[in-house]
Design a protein around this ligand. Sequence first.
Ligand code: N01
Length: 548
Amino acid sequence: MVKSGWGATDSTSLQSADVDVIVVGGGGVAGLYLLYRLKGLGLSATAFEAGQDVGGTWYWNRYPGCRCDVDSLEYSYSFASDLQQEWHWPERYGTQPEILRYLSHVANRFALRRYIRFNTRVTSAVFDSESNLWTVVTDQNDTVRAPFCIMATGNLSTPRKPDFPGIDMFQGASYHTGLWPHEGVDFTGLKVGIIGTGSSGVQSIPHIAAQAEHLHVFQRTANFSLPARNAPMDAEIEAMHKVEYPVRRQAAYDTPFGIAGYPPPEKSALEVSAGERERIYESKWRYGGSISFLYAFNDLLTNKAANDTASEFVRQKIRATVKNSKVADLLAPTTHPIGTKRLILDTNYYETYNRDNVTLVDVKGAPIEEITRTGLRTTKGSYDLDAIVFATGFDAMTGAMLDIDIRVSGGPALKDSWSAGPRTYLGLMIAGFPNLFTITGPGSPGVKSNMMLSIEQHTNWIVDCLQHLRSRRHRRIEVEPEAEENWVSHVREVADSTLYPLANSWYMGANIPGKPLIFMPYVGGVHMYKKKCDEVVANGYEGFAISG
Ligand code: N01
């Protein structure tokens, strides 16, 4: 193992460091880019990865129909021009196998696997304030020390199965979409039940329905879904995009969602006639994708009356697609404004309810009471099932970090500091936890943006910060509590000026019983956020105390 570069130039306790940086979650999109950057700076690193191979979210989520909801030309790294030019995405949106192949290619091409210990889960990370070292321990009995620890643990990496009574009694097969068997699942001839109609459920339902003898969809809350309009990659679009890559990538930083090419809307939905509104929504619906639709008008996420027009447009589309009007009514979302939960992109989702072998079951009106040996029982009836699919989501944004015992020796544990909800400065660091960084943590636009771009921006910020510390022989960086407090207040104020808090979403922690209801992402936009991150650096790492 390579010793710490900090230790090599220092006669004190840093000599007991094993490496410069420990990366938790080394195999995902963030971990791989981080390792690439650390390697480039000549910093030594050890990364731990729970998966058997690289891929992160794309390693675990292998359910049928799994595909990215951001255009593949955008959902790809920008750091290596050759890679960008040489890689060919076969479809508008990357499938899970295709994205996994891409990440595996990146790991090989830049020789990153050598830093990663696979099949290894970090169990604790403890910082010693005397030596300024993090000690990280794993379930494989590794103990590694380093001055810096970076959490590349992902925002949707802790799958959540509800605690239904009897869940372990079920004698059929059960699956979670976020932990799908690598060999795939053949549902042919089976009576299948799926619980959950978020992105994972909506993407997998048409595929499972096409195989199963019968599919029961147990829906608690109807969600808005738009047509993805996936298609084979258009050669002309691809060629043009490749020419424009540098300009587009740069321009993306000046946009709210981190994707260029969508001119910001100038009008309110309430400023135009009903006919004009319909025409605009229709053209967005035909184009496909979520940004295009949410960019129809400038107030869809801030003005309820404006949002109602977009919500109603989609409800009408659902009613026009689903033949059985009772089923259509159940599928038409009424509990939240469109866009305040993650907007889903689908292929043939609503059409699937016109199949004879698909039944929608409302489990809001008649909740699931228990999983039985032979299926599932709601307050209204029993269902015989051979297999149950849990498309029930994740303990988002905080789950993976809080599964690790993160603490400062003699100081607080992260789970105590975050007992009332996560608090960070810029989603990059946490007051009271020196030398610990998070990539796209709560308080950053991460999950509300093109993840690829946000991951690159965060990683660049963190690695530049390490370089800054190293070049000045500093050994310690920590957040000033006041800076964190101000940022947390700002994140809350911005969220409160939008419609987002009106939805019981995973952004709010609402899907996990007992989780504090705090809107976690920063929704001021990538453009505002990046500006703030750059200003902080320009002002000498404003809000951070640097020492040692
Ligand atoms: O999870 P979700 P997901 N009884 O939390 C239901 C990303 N992603 O895995 O809404 C009955 O959205 C729950 O019902 P309710 C994307 O960011 C991206 O689908 O809580 N039902 C809901 O219907 C996405 O937003 C892609 O009432 C229960 C569902 O389970 C995020 O991951 C693809 C229940 C969970 O939906 C999470 O998506 C996939 C219970 N006890 C995922 N508990 C793409 O890039 C939960 N539910 C396309």
